[in-house]
Design a protein around this ligand. Structure first.
Ligand SMILES: C[S@@+](CC[C@H](N)C(=O)[O-])C[C@H]1O[C@@H](n2cnc3c(N)ncnc32)[C@H](O)[C@@H]1O
Length: 381
């Protein structure tokens, strides 16, 4: 099988797969291949925090032209995989000099499947490009073809807790990937000072409580397959719920915009995390707490980059640096940003810098160790 992910999260996903019990794990570009049985496929869809979708290969062959693709696809026993009343969609990914038009190839594959059903049953499956029951994937590298069924359906970042957000949320898979990269296990207090719709807060709480990210999601494409084993799926779901752990620290979100905080609160409620996560309005530039900040603590956030949100980047990042330095001694702060200019104005030296992509934007996940008292004293004596 192939679990797809984002650039930079391959090793994190491989580790997740190892911990879940996959066999023969191999990281590839923006994905990880592995082996497992049907139960493992259900577990992977339920538990993997950094996978976008999981493909199950069902055919592997070589072709020289488009007609051969049609012929080979038509020979495959599609009726063994799904019924004719299911809606279908074909996705084509092509790395080949010979084949260049992915839409045309997708069309050919769709025609082959539809023609096979029509010839055998007198009926044909309908196409639905928005919400298909069955997603079919063709991957061509030069002349080599891999046909797969997509077991997930909608991308797995759609956890099922998010209300319609008109803010610029970070993708759930990226947020979870960052939390995994920084080794968040729920052994400290967590703050997101610019929490927006609350993605880091919720993903952090799910990890801290060992709750699978797919627990709120009803739709998985594998449920529309002929081999769907509802009893096995229900059993694995119930088993997953038993693995919940206690979490003894706090998770707090702040944002200066009350409108986005309302979305965060709705999402937190949907994720059944209102007892675990608190949110309040605060401008990070003038951050004040009436209590002493709780320790040990960790800060994770993605500030505006100046792309979707207009911002005075030098002033914003300079303010971020000042607040971190003066208000959070003893904390470790992790920030992801695509603003190279912003990073120059923080005024703190990152102790770690990891390159990632936020959507298509090249970004850096940077770590700041915020020392108690003067660093000079610590370092030079
Ligand atoms: C890129 S968004 C964060 C998105 C968030 N991670 C999510 O998943 O929805 C940046 C957020 O920073 C907030 N923000 C900008 N300047 C701020 C400041 N000075 N203090 C607090 N929040 C601020 C914005 O209101 C916005 O919600």
């Amino acid at each position: 099988m192939l679990a797809k992910t984002m650039h930079g999260l391959e090793d994190v996903l491989a580790k997740e797969l190892r911990q879940l019990g996959a066999m023969n794990i191999k990281p590839v570009k923006r994905g990880v291949t592995f082996e497992g049985d049907l139960g493992f496929l259900y577990k992977a869809n339920l538990w993997l925090r950094t996978a976008l979708r999981i493909l199950v290969p069902i055919g592997n062959f070589k072709v020289r032209n488009e007609d051969e693709i049609y012929k080979r696809v038509k020979e495959m026993p599609w009726e063994d995989h799904f019924d004719v009343d299911k809606t279908i969609m074909v996705n084509a990914t092509i790395f080949s000099e010979k084949f260049t038009h992915s839409l045309f190839i997708a069309q050919k594959v769709k025609d082959a499947i539809v023609d096979r059903f029509r010839e055998r049953t007198g009926h044909r499956p309908s196409v639905d490009t928005q919400n298909p029951d069955i997603r079919i994937d063709i991957y061509i590298h030069n002349e080599n073809v891999i046909m797969s069924l997509d077991s997930s359906g909608h991308s797995l970042h759609r956890r099922g807790y998010r209300c319609q957000a008109d803010v610029a949320p970070i993708n759930e898979v990226l947020a979870a990937g960052i939390l995994k990269l920084i080794d968040w296990k729920g052994m400290a207090h967590m703050i997101d000072p610019m929490c927006g719709s609350g993605t880091f807060l919720i993903e952090a709480a799910l990890i801290a409580h060992n709750i699978p990210p797919g627990v709120f999601r009803k739709d998985f494409a594998f449920k529309n397959w002929k081999n769907y084993d509802a009893e096995l799926h229900d059993f694995l779901f119930e088993k997953a719920l038993e693995k919940e752990k206690n979490f003894y620290y706090t998770i707090q979100g702040f944002d200066m915009d009350n409108r986005v905080l309302a979305k965060a609160e709705e999402n937190i409620e949907n994720a059944l995390m209102t007892d675990q996560i608190s949110t309040s309005q605060a401008d990070f530039m003038e951050f004040e707490t009436d209590q002493e900040i709780k320790k040990p603590g960790i800060i994770v956030f993605n500030p505006p980059y100046g792309v979707k949100f207009e911002a005075n980047i030098p002033e914003l990042y300079n303010g971020i640096g000042n607040t971190l330095k003066h208000k959070f001694p003893g904390y470790t702060a992790w920030m992801i940003t695509s603003s190279a200019e912003g990073l120059k104005h923080v005024g703190l030296k990152p102790s770690k810098k990891i390159k990632l992509y936020n959507a298509k934007l090249e970004s850096w996940l940077v770590r700041y160790d915020l020392y108690e008292g003067s660093r000079k004293r610590k370092g030079s004596e």
